[in-house]
Design a binder for this molecule. Sequence first.
Ligand SMILES: NC(=O)C1=CN([C@@H]2O[C@H](COP(=O)(O)OP(=O)(O)OC[C@H]3O[C@@H](n4cnc5c(N)ncnc54)[C@H](O)[C@@H]3O)[C@@H](O)[C@H]2O)[C@@H](O)CC1
Ligand SMILES: Nc1ncnc2c1ncn2[C@@H]1O[C@H](COP(=O)(O)OP(=O)(O)O)[C@@H](O)[C@H]1O
Length: 281
Amino acid sequence: MTGPTQFLPDDAAELIAVPGENDDKYRRGVLGVVTGSAQYPGAAVLGVEAALRTGVGMVRYLGPARASDFVLQRRPEAVTESGRVQAWLLGSGMPVPGQGADRDAATRDRFHHALESGRPLVLDAGALDLAASSTAPTVITPHAGELARLMGVEADAVRADPLGSARRAAERFGVSVLLKGHTTHVVGATGEELVARTAPAWLATAGAGDALAGILGALVATHGDAVVDEPALLGRLAAAAAVIHGLAAQRASAGGPFTVLDLCRELGPTIAQLVSTRPPV
Ligand SMILES: NC(=O)C1=CN([C@@H]2O[C@H](COP(=O)(O)OP(=O)(O)OC[C@H]3O[C@@H](n4cnc5c(N)ncnc54)[C@H](O)[C@@H]3O)[C@@H](O)[C@H]2O)[C@@H](O)CC1
Ligand SMILES: Nc1ncnc2c1ncn2[C@@H]1O[C@H](COP(=O)(O)OP(=O)(O)O)[C@@H](O)[C@H]1O
């Protein structure tokens, strides 16, 4: 029996959409982002920062006023008007239904709009439950605790069998699953199994997952139409996001601790390095 395929930097390099001279910000891909809350506005800032630094034509950030203010303060490039998008990132830093604060009406409306759009979805943290109702190509990005909650099992059971747990979630919800951890396991909606192991353990720091979600959102938005045509691409994009995240963490770390914004700053150089290693077409 063969195990999951190790996803390597060269594989990730193939999935970077390099803009051409006929591209504009809309053709490159627009990412709609519904993340953050009054409690966790920082998650919105980190996801938007990571998406913009991964490379996307535009980020439309649609969230609560406090988070929106912080996002604009950090990244005035973000657009806070609604409009067409090629993909959505939902949920980082938002309340989990049934765990404290309820989902407010504005969030329910934004999630509904995203679900109805038919565009690919990246679901994190407080939007993971949407996996059960999504009919669009969808990838979820839980850590072990979140996957356990979603599947109604103990976190230890997920830690004991991460690949099997991701596989069961992919089968149950018909989505691609990226299970975070030192080793990141990805199971595509069609069963493809991938692992990414580029991250140093220094990456185990609050907000690192919010940045990963932004990186993946940008990769999906820049392949939005391809994902609609071939949803199986989502698993490979998820593994590419984990590899890029891990390589940027290596650069930011250089063997020591770093902040998530340090990691984000390394995304451009990481991607430039990956693109430079691609064989000419
Ligand atoms: N600056 C910010 O605004 C930040 C916001 N964050 C947001 O905070 C919210 C709560 O996230 P948390 O993950 O802390 O809380 P959760 O409430 O999702 O998870 C907490 C539970 O899961 C378990 N757990 C947490 N991480 C685990 C892991 N890696 N493996 C196994 N079990 C794990 C814990 O033991 C605990 O029982 C999310 O919406 C997240 O996006 C965090 O990303 C931290 C930074
Ligand atoms: N020991 C570790 N080694 C390498 N990477 C890790 C380790 N622990 C966690 N990570 C990575 O750090 C990120 C943490 O994400 P998450 O648990 O969602 O945290 P947060 O919610 O604070 O952003 C994930 O990308 C995960 O793969």
